[in-house]
Design a protein around this ligand. Structure first.
Ligand code: CP3
Length: 343
């Protein structure tokens, strides 16, 4: 059997048609997701009920035939496994018990105990590696330490990650201890996903863009580099995608500095810029604006072709620049896929 297209692109192969998947492809824009989520009761119960989590992971594969499935879970399950309480305020987003003092850092659970909480995620991965079509690649994931730390420190999402920046300035030792704990825990979490059957892992650094200068090197580049080096030592040949969202100029050299096989691009950079500055070093993923999944039409077709054409000369995995929003339309997703595959 020929190798899966996503794995070929991640090795640097240039394919005539880029493989495609979509961030948040299992989500509220799909009626079948909303049905299964209602059956689970709430979002976290869905994440921790392996057969239902596997079911929602499979839904977009059945409907659209994407080339990859990403295990259904959330980046905040890992900090929850370290002790702080996590809940989702309906219609508002995540809330978390805050970790900002040396005592609270000391009170975090030992890293080898995270697997107790996270075992259902590994079970979801095992179910998926049995049930996915043989051509579909299974992606595991975690949040990168900085992004996860911003939620642990603020206790919620924020536009500017202000609370994390304040702690970084006011108590560097405590801030660094949080980042280091998350770095070590992320290695264990992703390694367990790989042992359960994940073929690729992706690190989501959604708030990397608010780290500037030396902070970007210290808290976006270095933790990713450490995680990737350790994962590759344990699992030789494991392909890894890094997503330092809104890194801008920080995308330049990111793959080389961290050892990532592929850099995922948000849609604040143009494909033409990324060809010149990022794809020259290897595989890229992205980067159509998720807004097109809401608006559709000729602009969707034109911009999808623009992304495909721009990246044609190098290894590329087609994706959005960020997750599809709940108001995205399934027919627009289909139009994007048809355009990519017919282009
Ligand atoms: O399909 C997939 O992409 C896989 C599953 C996945 C989810 N979250 C499911 C989810 C993945 C990879 C994530 C990553 C994640 N989670 C990130 C990084 C990527 C990004 O979006 O920047 C972040 C920052 C989180 C934390 C998080 N989870 C927030 C801020 C929210 C609320 C925002 C929202 O969209 O409601 C969530 C909830 C969440 N995670 C949902 C899903 C499908 C919506 C929950 C629901 O069904 O109500």
């Amino acid at each position: 059997m020929t190798e899966k297209t996503i794995l070929r692109a991640l090795k640097g192969e240039i394919l005539p048609t880029p493989p495609i998947w979509m961030m948040r492809q299992a989500g509220r824009f799909l009626p079948e997701y909303r049905t299964t989520r209602a059956q689970a009761g709430d979002f976290l119960s869905l994440c921790y009920t392996s057969d239902l989590a596997a079911e929602v992971t499979l839904q977009p594969i059945r409907r659209f035939g994407f080339d990859a499935a990403i295990v259904f879970a959330d980046i905040l399950l890992l900090p929850q496994a370290l002790g702080p309480k996590l809940w989702f305020a309906e219609g508002e987003g995540p809330r978390m018990e805050t970790t900002t003092t040396p005592d609270q850092v000391r009170a975090l659970r030992p890293i080898d105990e995270i697997h107790e909480t996270l075992a259902p995620v590994y079970e979801t991965v095992r179910i998926l590696s049995r049930e996915l079509p043989r051509e579909t690649t299974l992606i595991g994931f975690a949040g990168a330490p900085w992004t996860v730390a911003t939620y642990m420190i603020a206790g919620r999402g924020s536009k500017d990650q202000g609370a994390a920046h304040v702690l970084k300035a006011a108590d560097r030792a405590t801030f660094t201890a949080i980042i280091d704990t998350l770095t070590d825990a992320t290695v264990e979490y992703l390694s367990a996903q790989v042992m359960a059957g994940a073929e690729v892992v992706k690190l989501f650094d959604s708030w990397a863009g608010s780290l500037k200068g030396a902070d970007f090197e210290d808290f976006a580049v270095k933790p990713s580099q450490r995680i990737i080096a350790e994962l590759k030592a344990r699992h030789p040949g494991l392909p890894i995608i890094a997503f330092p969202r809104e890194a801008g100029e920080g995308y330049i050299g990111f793959a080389e500095k961290t050892g990532a096989d592929c850099v995922a691009l948000d849609n604040s950079v143009t494909p033409e810029w990324a060809v010149e500055h990022v794809q020259k070093d290897g595989c890229v993923q992205g980067n159509l604006s998720p807004d097109h999944m809401v608006t559709g039409g000729e602009a969707l077709v034109r911009e999808t072709r623009r992304v495909v054409d721009a990246f044609r000369g190098g290894p590329h995995i087609f994706n959005l620049g960020h997750g599809i929003t709940p108001d995205g339309k399934p027919e627009n997703v289909q139009l994007m896929i048809d355009t990519v595959r017919g282009a």
